[in-house]
Design a protein around this ligand. Structure first.
Ligand code: 17E
Ligand code: FE2
Length: 422
């Protein structure tokens, strides 16, 4: 009997499944695809890696980041108050001198850093409230330049509001014509409640007209009266667009009184809107007007997950006017969610891992390219860990990143050697 050939053979990986216990198996990869998974394969491979029962996972999904502002921290100045609003002011100055090259260089540098840490699917917002659409055009070029190793989605994000200035509505539509994947918005930053409601109606109209997904920055404020999520949910119920719609941040949900929050939770069951929390940044941005007690200002991740809503997690920023930290490591994000949202039960910790993997893939609608299955593109990562919990606790190194069947990066974990007394 002839021995089948393949490009890459992964031996003895501990494969994480979304809804079943992990299993040790071999994985054969050929011509970019997973061609076989079994306890023991006898393929002849160009390259064989013995994984020694380390975990093999589908890649991390960064479902919410702003690549246009990434790596601009300190330009032209640091955010001293730490508020969202000072961040918006600093960005307004910085974006005056954006060039396509500047956007591309910083975005690609960031994407490489992310990819080397196991992120192979990214959704980035691009500010479209800037008259030349430089951020957007730069990121659309980047989407194309990286497509052989990274799936990048671009959201048309009107940072200054769709109705905040007379040009912005037309710029949104121009962005759709240029080919963005997702329609964004910022209703809580429109000039009035009415403008906010109108902006959401317009976002749904555009998404339907151009057949795009929706991802709105929604209620990113500690104001318990900021209630645009209900408007998104109402539009999602009426349009039937549920799973194509995402509400990002929703930090005011933290501050709603429980009577209102419980009612809203009920409405949410009538649709399947996705949620994205950005716990690293929102734990620093929110609560800034509080003395003590100081609110955490992260949306109700645990309760939304318990109710079966699709929740994923993002960095939001890496070294920009809103957040001067961040490396792109999704285990940092999962760990922060676990702490801030008190998700310390074993299933809860596993859920935090799933929020930076499978749940993100669902939000991005990339499930056809995602998951360890025969016939799917070979996108997977190997972590130096033996469980989700172990990976989060130790921020395990991503030893191998395999994208479209090719080995994209190798990381040698840091090693410490004890030199003291026994
Ligand atoms: N813009 C915004 O409105 N909110 C954020 N968290 C960031 C940019 C990063
Ligand atoms: Fe954001």
């Amino acid at each position: 009997m002839s021995v089948p050939a393949c490009d890459l053979l992964l031996r003895r990986g501990k494969i994480l499944w979304q809804n079943a216990p992990a299993e040790i198996a071999d994985i054969a990869i050929d011509q970019g695809q997973i061609v076989a998974i079994a306890p023991q394969l006898n393929h002849a491979a160009q390259l064989e890696l013995d994984l020694q029962e380390q975990i093999v996972s589908p890649p991390f999904v960064e479902s919410h980041i702003h690549l246009d502002s990434a790596l601009t921290v300190g330009e032209p100045r640091w955010n001293q108050t730490g508020t969202l609003f000072e961040g918006i002011e600093i960005w307004r100055e910085r974006k005056q001198n954006l060039t396509i090259e500047d956007v591309k260089q910083r975005a690609i540098e960031t994407l490489k850093q992310q990819a080397m840490q196991g992120v192979l699917f990214v959704r980035s917002h691009a500010d479209v409230s800037e008259k030349n659409l430089v951020a957007l055009k730069g990121l659309l070029e980047v989407r194309d330049l990286v497509k052989d190793w990274m799936t990048l989605q671009v959201v048309a994000f009107p940072q200054d509001g769709i109705y905040g200035s007379p040009d912005n509505e037309a710029l949104m539509e121009e962005a759709l014509k240029l080919g963005v994947d997702v329609v964004g918005g910022i209703p809580h930053y429109e000039l009035t409640r009415e403008d906010g409601v109108r902006s959401i109606d317009r976002i749904f109209e555009l998404a339907q007209q151009y057949d795009r997904l929706i991802d709105v920055h929604c209620d990113e404020i500690d104001d318990d009266q900021s209630r645009f999520l209900e408007v998104i949910v109402a539009n999602a119920i009426r349009s039937g667009m549920g799973s194509r719609v995402t509400a990002s941040h929703t930090t005011a949900f933290h501050s709603y009184n429980n009577a209102y929050a419980f009612k809203l939770m009920g409405f949410l069951q009538r649709t399947s809107v996705n949620f994205i929390a950005n716990p690293l940044i929102n734990i620093t941005l929110q609560g800034r007007t509080d003395t003590y007690p100081k609110r955490r200002g992260v949306t109700r991740v645990k309760e939304l997950w318990q109710q079966g809503q699709n929740v994923s997690l993002g960095h939001d920023c890496i070294c920009d006017p809103w957040y001067s930290l961040g490396t792109g490591n999704m285990l940092d994000v999962a760990s922060m969610a676990l702490h801030v949202c008190q998700m310390t039960g074993t299933e809860e910790m596993n859920a935090c891992y799933n929020m930076v993997t499978w749940h993100g893939a669902k939000t991005l609608h990339v499930e056809d390219q995602y998951g360890i299955e025969v016939g799917k593109p070979a996108n997977l990562i190997v972590l130096e860990a033996d469980s989700r919990y172990d990976a989060i606790r130790r921020r395990a190194a991503v030893r191998y990143v395999i994208s479209r069947g090719k080995l994209l990066s190798i990381t040698e974990p840091a090693r410490s050697h004890w030199k003291g007394e026994a």
